[in-house]
Design a protein around this ligand. Structure first.
Ligand code: AP5
Length: 225
């Protein structure tokens, strides 16, 4: 199963990706996590990406596209993968199609702006693993500590209110075109047409997970092409 998880910052893509790994065993390819690792390592990619990320903007397409193409070629992606945070622009989506990377399902998560900002505002992360918590909605067992390692949790710099708002604006600037790109594959006469699923992310983690699994289970028993 080859998935794209679409949706605004803070909607819960990464959280649901964790549940998908557990149930379907397909790896999560999070461009945000890959970029944060590059920044923390201070490598060439990280140095180029950092200023864009800190401002809440997008990292240039050419830096991201090769990164994802190379990742998808790894053996653990042979039975499927989930793209979390990619594609974010039409050139990224077109590069995937041009590379012959077919997608089976696009899941679009929706939530209103106020709740999105509440979710990103309370998010706590464990940088080495990417594990994510929320101070109110998904708290760690011990305040401020990762459940697995006991190490400290931090707030992402781009979750500060002004940057989170900027990220939401940037998402909205590109989202309509991306949604059209994937929801109108059939109308464009593309040979491989992904199934397009919209999910309200307004419920609890478990409620959203229930809707998502119901949709994905239906696909796994009745693949389209
Ligand atoms: P990235 O890391 O991809 O950020 P994002 O897409 O903005 O998504 P988030 O990680 O903010 O949110 P999420 O939807 O995964 O939510 P989560 O599950 O954590 O990108 C960061 C930056 O990297 C970008 O701004 C850009 O600069 C760059 N970048 C990345 N990819 C790029 C690309 N392809 N092209 C160019 N640039 C790129 O949940 C959020 C919080 O809510 C958590 O605290 C969680 O516990 C809580 N929560 C989750 N679900 C629920 C629920 N149902 N109820 C209550 N709380 C919930």
């Amino acid at each position: 199963m080859r998935l794209i998880l679409l949706g605004p910052p803070g909607v819960g893509k990464g959280t649901q990706a964790g549940f998908i790994i557990e149930r379907y065993g397909i790896p999560q390819i999070s461009t945000g996590d890959m970029l944060r690792t590059a920044v923390s390592q201070g490598n060439a990619l990280g140095l180029q990406a950092k200023s864009h990320m800190d401002r809440g903007g997008l990292v240039p397409d050419d830096l991201i596209i090769d990164l994802v193409r190379d990742r998808i070629r790894q053996p653990d992606c042979s039975a499927g993968f989930q793209l979390d945070g990619f594609p974010r622009t039409i050139p990224q989506a077109e590069a995937m199609t041009a590379a012959g990377i077919n997608i089976d399902i696009v899941v679009e998560f929706r939530l209103d702006d106020e709740e999105l900002l509440e979710r990103s505002g309370g998010r706590l992360v464990h940088p080495p693993s990417g594990r994510t918590y929320h101070a109110l909605f998904n708290p760690p067992r011990a305040a401020g500590k990762d459940d697995v390692t006991g190490e400290g949790l931090v707030q992402r710099k781009d979750d500060q209110a002004d940057t989170a708002k900027k990220r939401l604006e940037v998402y909205k600037r590109h989202a309509g075109a991306l949604v059209d790109y994937y929801s109108q594959c059939a109308a464009r006469g593309q040979s491989h047409v992904p199934r397009y699923i919209r999910i309200s992310a307004a419920g609890s983690l478990q409620e959203v997970r229930g809707q998502l699994f119901a949709a994905l289970d239906e696909y796994s028993t009745t693949p389209m092409n």
